[in-house]
Every structure is written in C-alpha cells, then in structure tokens.
Design a protein around this ligand. Structure first.
Ligand code: ADP
Ligand code: MG
Ligand code: MG
Length: 500
C-alpha cells in the first residue's frame, strides 16, 4: 500500500517558499479568490486567494474511478427519490416524518404540500449534486466511503477546477523539484467542473426555451465565496449566451412576481422592464438562518410555485436530508428506487453489481429513534466510533465521539427522529500537507484528512430522468484534529488529486 506517512515528499525550505509564491500568485492571477473578511463596498476593490494546499493529495486511481462511476447512479437515485412523494411524505413530512420534530424540515415540507394541493406550474426539477467521500482504511485495505450527498448549494465547483489547474501549473513550472515520481502530469486527473455544472444549468434553460429569459442565482447577503459563483456566470454567458441575475431572498421579497395567467416568474426593478426567469439556482436557502422570518419562506414558496425550473425544488432539497441517506441503507429501500422494472422499465433498472458497489461505499447508519431505546443505547455504547447528524447543511452541526453521551442526555426523546447516528470513517493517518492561507505568512505543515466530492447534475420530472451527467470533482483538506471540513467555515483548504 502507498505510504501516506511519506507525504508530502521532502523539499527544501527555499523550494517550499518558491512553491508558495507560485501558488498564491497563480491563484490571484486566475481568480482562485475569496472576498476579504469584513464589510466590502458594493463593488469590491480587493480580494484574497482562497485557502489551498501546496501539494495535491494522493488518492488511489481505482477508487477515484469508482467514485466517478457511482455518480450516474446517484444522479438517477436522488432524482427518483425527489419524484417519490409518498416516500418523502413518510420520511421527511410534518405529519409522520422528520418534519414533525425538525422545525426547518417541517416548514419546507408543509409549504411544498400546500403548493402540491394547489398545483405546481413546472414539472421539471434540476439538481446540481455533490457526493462526498473519505478514504477508509481497515488494516491495510483502502476503500471509498460516502460522507453525505448534497442536493442544494453544492459549492466550490469552479474554484476546485482552478485549484487543480494551480497544482498542475506548479508541476509544469517546477516539476515539484522532482520530489516524487507520482507528481507527473498523467497522474493529475482533468477537472472540468465549471463547464460540467454549467452544462446542467444550460440544459434546464434550453428546455425552458424562452428567448431572453435569464437564470436567477439566489444568493446570501455578505457572501464571501462570490468568485466561485461568478465563474459559473461567466461560463454561462460566454459559452451559452445565457444571462444571470443575482438576488438575495430579501430582494426577491419585493422583486419577484408570478404572472396570474401561467405562473411565469419575473424579476422586477424600477428602471428596467420585468425579466423572465428560466431557472432558479439556489446558493442560499439551505439553512434556517436564510429564513429569519415567515417572509423568506413565503418567497421560497412563491419561487417553488412558479413556472421557472428550480435547482433544487423543495422535494429535491428534502431528498438530500441525512435521514434519507440513512433510510437508504435499510433493507429493500435501494431496490425500490433502482430495481423496480414495473415502474422504471427494463432500461431504467441497475445491475446487482452496481447496487452492491453503491452499498459498499456506505457506513453503518441508524436513526436515534430506532426500535424504542435501541437507537440511543447503541449510540451510547459505540459513541467513540460515531458521529451524530441532524437535518442540516453547511457544516458545524454534528456531534462527535466523546461529546455524544452528554448530548444524548440532553436530547429530549421527542427530538430523536431528527438525528441519525453514523459510523466514523477512518482515513489513512500520518498524511501531511502544507496549507496556505491569505495573510498568514509561511505555509503551515499539518497532518490532514482529505474529502473528495464528485459533482453531477440531473434534469428530471414526471417519473423520468431527462438527462444527467457526472460533472467534475473537488478535494477539501482539513487539519486532522478538526472534526468538520468546511472551507467556507474556515476549517479546511481547497486541494486536488494526484492519482496513485
Ligand atoms: P454537512 O452537510 O454539514 O456538510 P457532513 O455530513 O458533510 O455535513 O459532515 C460535516 C463533516 O463532518 C464532513 O465534511 C466530514 O469532515 C465530517 N464527517 C461527517 N460524517 C463523517 C463520518 N461518517 N466519518 C468521518 N467524518 C465525518
Ligand atoms: Mg458536507
Ligand atoms: Mg451537506
């Protein structure tokens, strides 16, 4: 097996400084950027490079290929889950599912249920997905294990492509000082995540098929990760001649209007004629913080009701819940979505081998409400090897290991259904990298864990997947002692792969 403790390969301090100089200047020159902390003028005047690693991270070629292969199945699987209203009502609903005890899930589900009853104007859904994995080491065997599947606001598509290009540029310009035989061009996999994700947005826009209509990006106020979003906008405009407009929920409260005749979504402004919207792409709306009052929920529901294609719809967002991920591991559930020939036709079912490969990439999971007290008892007994997760996105919400028993003591029993327990993945230990953060001087050497994300998209509705594709990848690397791994939340850096 590859010796992860020997990474990164040895280089001199002087070469390390040169690599850092080349990395940061490359990032600044190529838009691998973030807005600085603190208030910014409406038109920003400065930016900082994104946090990044100096070396790419070694990853077994076969496991990378496996993750890419699985993406198509996941695209179809989550599309079908989002179209299975009965399943979502039972799992995430506010009458019998998680929505009973999780306020945020309940709000989204209830809004969707009311709209369903009144009739929705757009049958199609668009998903831009990211399936996240860690390497799992058992004795001397490595396997690929899924952390989670994201169906809303999956970020860092564009910046991860830039990061891979930055590492490739370091390799071309310095050969990484011949420090490792692995660091040659053929081991750096291509990453076209910007054009890949944009292909999904463009497919939805084209299907909507109205000249002059625009894609709406629903964004958070004070977003620092704007360049990641802007690269998608530039690609849409330059390669597909599609215009984008960006609005926050608060702006949409006043500016979104739905036509009475056919529920067309328009964005109004004082000095321009109303703009018709083809696709609503949410880079916001995944956390309760985005809905401080009822008004933001109402706006979300207005968008949902409209004829524009939503990325994602509420059911697709609900399908991305951690509870759904756990339920999928229960006997027969995967078969319901992937093996039902009477529902999906002989072309729409997957081989036993494909399904086995998917299952092999999962850790054990159960609900804290499993079988009376058994769910909580098991979680207590096995706490040191577990993480507990609520129905939240964006990092910083999970409970790990030794914090679990006290947390279980404090959790009211009625809230148990909102939480799942998941076995911890054990990534290889001893792997290090040099992490570079803007404004912090020299790069920092740290023992790290790297999480691989595979992007994909799917356009689907009325029981069918219209089109789906795998759409590039991302690596986020975090210090080993941080349980969580969000780049935006400051715990990790952008990275890329060198295949071994
Ligand atoms: P979120 O939707 O908030 O990103 P995740 O399920 O991705 O939630 O969990 C956040 C982070 O916690 C992950 O990026 C990973 O670093 C860590 N993590 C989550 N599940 C596991 C697990 N089973 N084993 C090890 N680490 C995990
Ligand atoms: Mg995550
Ligand atoms: Mg997530």
């Amino acid at each position: 097996m590859f010796d992860f403790t020997q990474w990164p390969p040895h280089i001199s301090d002087r070469d390390r400084s040169t690599l850092q100089y080349r990395a940061t200047t490359y990032a600044l020159a190529h838009g691998l950027l973030y807005l600085p902390l603190g208030d910014q003028p409406p038109a920003p005047t400065s930016a900082i490079h994104a946090p990044m690693s100096l070396f790419p991270t070694p990853f077994p070629r076969t496991l990378f290929q496996q993750a890419q292969r699985l993406q198509s199945i996941y695209n179809v699987l989550y599309s079908r889950i989002a179209m299975d209203t009965e399943f979502l009502d039972r799992t995430m609903g506010a009458e019998v599912g998680v929505g009973q005890v999780d306020e945020f899930t309940g709000q989204l589900w209830s809004g969707w249920r009311d709209l369903r009853d009144r009739g929705l104007a757009q049958p199609l859904h668009l998903g831009l997905f990211r399936s996240d994995y860690l390497l799992h080491q058992q004795d001397s065997t490595l396997s690929l294990k899924q952390v989670e599947f994201n169906t809303i606001s999956s970020s860092f598509g564009a910046l991860s492509q830039k990061t891979a290009e930055m590492h490739r540029s370091l390799e071309s310009s310095t050969n990484y000082y011949h420090s490792s035989a692995y660091l040659t061009g053929t081991n750096f996999p291509p990453n076209q995540s910007t054009s890949g994700l944009v292909a999904g947005l463009a497919a939805a826009h084209t299907t909507y098929n109205v000249d002059g209509s625009r894609i709406l990006f629903v964004v958070q106020a004070n977003e620092r990760n704007i360049f990641d979003q802007l690269w998608l906008e530039y690609e849409l405009l330059e390669k597909h001649s599609i215009h984008v407009i960006r609005r926050t929920f608060d702006e949409l409260v006043h500016q979104a209007r739905i036509s009475q005749e056919d529920s067309t979504l328009y964005i109004e402004s004082e000095d321009q004629p109303p703009l018709e919207i083809s696709v609503v792409y949410f880079r916001s709306g995944y956390t309760p913080d985005d809905y401080p009052t009822k008004t933001q929920y109402q706006t979300r529901f207005e968008l949902e009701r409209s004829k524009a294609i939503k990325c994602p719809t509420i059911p697709l967002q609900l399908a991305g819940g951690k509870k759904v991920q756990q339920i999928l591991t229960e006997p027969g559930v995967l078969e319901r979505f992937l093996c039902d020939e009477s529902k999906y036709g002989s072309q729409g079912v997957f081989s036993a081998q494909a399904i086995a490969e998917l299952r092999q990439s999962w850790m054990e999971m159960w609900g804290l409400d499993f079988n009376g007290e058994a769910g909580v008892r098991n979680a207590r007994d096995r706490a040191s090897k577990l993480v507990l997760k609520p129905q939240r996105e964006g990092g910083g919400n999970n409970i790990y290991k030794e914090a679990i028993p006290a947390f279980l003591d404090s959790l009211p029993p009625r809230e148990r259904p909102a939480w799942i327990a998941m076995e911890l993945i054990s990534p290889p230990t001893g792997l290090k990298n040099y992490l570079v953060r803007a404004g912090s001087g020299a790069s920092v050497e740290a023992e790290v864990v790297s999480e691989l994300g595979i992007f994909g998209w799917s356009l689907f509705g009325e029981g069918k997947v219209v089109d789906e594709k795998e759409a590039g990848w991302l690596v986020r690397t975090k210090g080993k002692d941080s349980n969580e791994g969000g780049v935006a939340t400051g715990f990790s850096v952008l990275d890329s792969l060198v295949l071994i």
